[in-house]
Design a protein around this ligand. Sequence first.
Ligand SMILES: C[S@@+](CC[C@H](N)C(=O)[O-])C[C@H]1O[C@@H](n2cnc3c(N)ncnc32)[C@H](O)[C@@H]1O
Length: 309
Amino acid sequence: MSFIKYGDTVKEGDTAIIFLGHESMFPVKVQDGGKTQTKYGVIRHSTDLIGKSYGSKVTCSKGGWVYVLHPTPELWTLNLPHRTQILYSTDISLITMMLELKPGSIVCESGTGSGSLSHAIIRTIAPTGHLYTVEFHQQRAEKAIEEFREHEVDHLVTVKNQDVCKNGFGVTNVADAVFLDIPSPWEAIGHAKLALKYEGGRICSFSPCIEQVQRTCLALQEHGFTEINTSEILLRVYNVRTVSLQIPDLGRAAEDDSTAAFDRGTQTDQDVPCVANLQQGTVQFKSGVPPREMVGHTGYLTFATKSLF
Ligand SMILES: C[S@@+](CC[C@H](N)C(=O)[O-])C[C@H]1O[C@@H](n2cnc3c(N)ncnc32)[C@H](O)[C@@H]1O
């Protein structure tokens, strides 16, 4: 699901994602008469985008093609203009689940930053929920308001330009969940408790350093939160590739045995194609290999519950 009010076809004013490949995509603001340059040539918005179905292939002026995609929160996270560090979909998925967010949830967040998490929360709580997001940096707050308006989700979010540690979220006893991504979350725990519903709710705080986590956990305990729990989530992807291995020369008898083994392999497991070439002495098969380097630590996610008991 994309930004909430977007339809199946591209219209003037939409923010669409132009997808050239997994490593190459960018957002465009669709305008009648507008033009966008790509390495495959020009895309003319009036003829190539407006009225086309989201998900369709668009042929550029040099004959190459791109996909025009809905700006889902996941794609927006990968393409948004960075004003701050942002949260990515791996952490966002755990936050969404552990805060038990669903359509209709009322959520408080600080800081808004670049709005990466905000867009994901808004998509989850629509159409009847609301996000109150607090950002003390004036330009960032204004830019977030502008983006929410452009993406037609402004009816689902209120942006407040204030210091959450001093002035809180500006709402009392309404929130089902609170999320903090600020340098000193322990200073905002009292305000978070006040914002959460009287009967309770969930809180999450994101911090890159363990010293921040320790202070936040102590503050949560002091304010009577229970089920205090800190997690770190790491994403390990596997690249599928074809591997070619030499068959060891163990003599004729062993060769016969290995041929039989490969035959059995190809007959019984269609999902793992295994091709033996005894003339060249090689065997080829598909293998899932993790990259040597991966994205490591982003931050610790501390969760807790406000309960009446
Ligand atoms: C790391 S960014 C948040 C990124 C955001 N979670 C995202 O996914 O785009 C932290 C933001 O918190 C804001 N901030 C820091 N302390 C704050 C405070 N006490 N009150 C309100 N905002 C604060 C900063 O200005 C910054 O924009």
